[in-house]
Design a protein around this ligand. Structure first.
Ligand SMILES: Cc1cc2nc3c(=O)[nH]c(=O)nc-3n(C[C@H](O)[C@H](O)[C@H](O)COP(=O)(O)OP(=O)(O)OC[C@H]3O[C@@H](n4cnc5c(N)ncnc54)[C@H](O)[C@@H]3O)c2cc1C
Length: 309
């Protein structure tokens, strides 16, 4: 049995640490106050079928297991599916999306989300998808680790390293690049949705993910850049305009927060477990950290167990 030092308290580090602790391994988690995790800005959608529009089959296959994992580990996993809609001028986008994905049914959006009644003729409903509040989920994973006696600190690692530093490990990982995502948190007393609603658009697709207390995460841009500056005016205008198309009452919502995070991605946009120079690297979650990190963490544990047999 080894003593492990997991670097990073984003979703990858915390899922890896949780899986190690459950496997009975001894570990510590090294955190850094210097960098806010990309995970902090995530929408928290667990949407394997929708992601299948652009992601390989393995994402769809593995992603279908993640809602169960999250439900077993944190509270607040909402399993109400995803609704995908398009403005009338982009209705062909819906047909294209339907062809590229499975696990959906055609619906009249107002049947699924009352607020959309009369404004969108057709939509795609993915009933088995789920969502969670990423910040709560990360907090609860950390709390459970502390309660299990795992030290989480900013000191020097003393064990065998499992590096889960996301984009901050790029200098060690050839090919790892940043994909910037910009987002907003809105608050509305009037608008209520029970599930993520995705609005298709040829250039600016967006989604609205409901959170507790009338809050919504509105996201997200996909920019090939490692720019960590605040959200751009263009991104804010495009996202808010899409939100207005989705529900005009959102014009009266309050902007509570804006932010941008860097998704760590390899050239094929798939996560990898690499072993180099005596260190395990678990990275490349791209836009699927919440969807895939639990499964990749389990794969890592299996790999470690096989190696120590
Ligand atoms: C706007 C946006 C929306 C998204 N929406 C979704 C979604 O709906 N569903 C989904 O599945 N995914 C989503 N993602 C993707 C997801 O957020 C990422 O895949 C995920 O956050 C990557 O997690 P990570 O733990 O690998 O990296 P990070 O979350 O970036 O964590 C890296 C950690 O390493 C730490 N660190 C850095 N340097 C050191 C050091 N020297 N020592 C110790 N620790 C260090 C950092 O502080 C941080 O805690 C979204 C991303 C963005 C930006």
């Amino acid at each position: 049995m080894s003593y492990w030092s997991v670097l990073g308290t984003g979703v990858t580090g915390l899922c890896v640490a949780t899986a190690l602790a459950r496997a009975g391994e001894k570990l510590e988690v090294i955190t850094s106050e210097r960098h806010r995790p990309a995970s902090h800005w995530a929408g928290g959608m667990l949407a394997p079928f929708c992601e299948g529009e652009s992601a390989p089959d393995v994402v769809v296959e593995w992603g279908q297991r993640s809602a169960d994992w999250w439900q077993a580990h944190v509270s607040g996993v909402e399993r109400h599916g995803t609704l995908v809609i398009a403005p009338p001028r982009d209705r062909m986008e819906l047909t294209r999306f339907a062809k590229m994905t499975h696990g959906h049914q055609w619906v009249t959006p107002g049947e699924i989300e009352e607020r959309l009644a009369g404004r969108f003729a057709r939509g795609l409903y993915f009933p088995t998808e789920a969502h969670l509040d990423p910040r709560n989920a990360l907090r609860e994973l950390q709390q459970a680790l502390l309660e299990a006696g795992v030290a989480i600190h900013q000191g020097k690692p003393t064990g065998k390293i499992i590096d889960c530093r996301g984009i901050h490990a790029a200098a060690r990982l050839p090919g790892l690049r940043a994909v910037r995502g910009e987002m907003l948190i809105l608050h509305s007393d009037e608008v209520r949705f029970s599930r993520p609603v995705r609005l298709l658009h040829p250039r600016f697709p967006c989604y609205l993910v409901p959170r507790a207390g009338g809050h919504f995460m509105l996201g997200a841009t996909m920019v090939e850049s490692n720019d960590t500056s605040p959200i751009s005016a263009r991104a804010m205008m495009e996202l808010l305009s899409a939100a207005y198309t989705l529900d005009p009452a959102l014009a009266e919502a309050r902007i509570i927060e804006t932010g941008s995070g860097l998704r760590p991605a390899y050239p094929n946009n798939l996560p990898e477990i690499r072993y180099q120079d005596g260190t395990f690297h678990v990275n490349g979650m791209y836009r699927h950290g919440f969807l895939l990190a639990p499964i990749v963490a389990e794969n890592l544990i299996q790999q470690l167990m096989q190696e120590t047999r």
